[in-house]
Design a protein around this ligand. Structure first.
Ligand SMILES: C[S@@+](CC[C@H](N)C(=O)[O-])C[C@H]1O[C@@H](n2cnc3c(N)ncnc32)[C@H](O)[C@@H]1O
Length: 227
């Protein structure tokens, strides 16, 4: 599915979120760097926005790696890194979250932006992905997630679901020319876990205390947890 969208992927994100997605990734990148990691992975990096925020904000001694299994998405990420003069600060490599080519405890921090839902929503590989992410984080290292969430206030939640199912999928399809990918977005985001559900998912997988920050009435959220 992701091989069909890279050309207009960033544009669709900006339009569907009115540009908020960029602010949310940047905020997550800042939170991540406050922990002073020496090695960070952006897992499911797609077109690289989170890794590029990290690269812009980090000192040059921080090793930043973006991993994704979609070559076409990674091509866009590499192009953007070169266009912004950041190609020396970030490495993009092909890889499946189910079997990461890194030693146990290699990363001080792992971040994921809008890819956690793909790994965990009705995904039979979910437990494998979570255990693999846990494996590559060092003990005491952190995992940062920015993802769509469920607003707590019922009328806002209803309005948000209407937007996701009726408008965003049509708008995404119109801009990208890809109906399937944006129908999936609408459905998966509508049905995705609330904060309590994500907390349970992470603690069941062996992560520690989960900190939760709602964004824009809870339509999205940043989760921070520790190995
Ligand atoms: C919704 S996009 C998010 C991309 C990017 N992180 C962002 O903030 O826009 C999800 C990404 O996860 C990648 N992905 C999904 N499952 C994966 C897996 N098992 N291993 C590696 N990448 C995966 C897809 O190729 C896609 O680029």
């Amino acid at each position: 599915m992701f091989n069909t969208v890279p050309k207009r992927y960033d544009l669709v994100n900006r339009v569907l979120t009115l540009g908020f997605d960029g602010r949310w990734r940047r905020r997550t990148a800042k939170l991540c760097l406050v922990t002073r990691p020496a090695r960070v992975m952006d897992i499911c990096c797609g077109t690289g926005d989170m890794a590029l925020h990290l690269a812009q904000l980090a000192t040059s001694d921080v090793e930043i790696t973006g991993v994704d299994f979609s070559e076409p998405m990674l091509e866009v990420a590499k192009y953007k890194a070169a266009a912004r003069g950041l190609e020396h600060k970030v490495t993009f490599s092909t890889g499946d979250a189910a079997s990461l080519a890194f030693a146990d405890g290699y990363f001080d921090a792992v971040a994921v932006s809008f890819g956690f839902r793909n790994l965990t929503y009705h995904n039979p590989m979910r437990d494998k992905y979570l255990s693999e992410i846990l494996r590559v984080i060092r003990p005491g290292g952190k995992f940062f997630i920015v993802e769509t969430c469920q607003p707590h206030i019922t009328p806002i939640r209803m309005l948000y679901h209407f937007y996701l199912k009726r408008l965003s999928s049509k708008l995404g399809a119109l801009i990208s020319g890809q109906m399937g990918a944006y129908r999936y977005l609408g459905h998966s985001a509508t049905e995705y876990y609330n904060a309590q559900g994500v907390r349970r998912l992470l603690t069941d997988a062996g992560f520690g205390h989960v900190d939760f920050k709602p964004l824009l009435w809870g339509i999205a959220a940043i989760y921070t947890t520790r190995k």
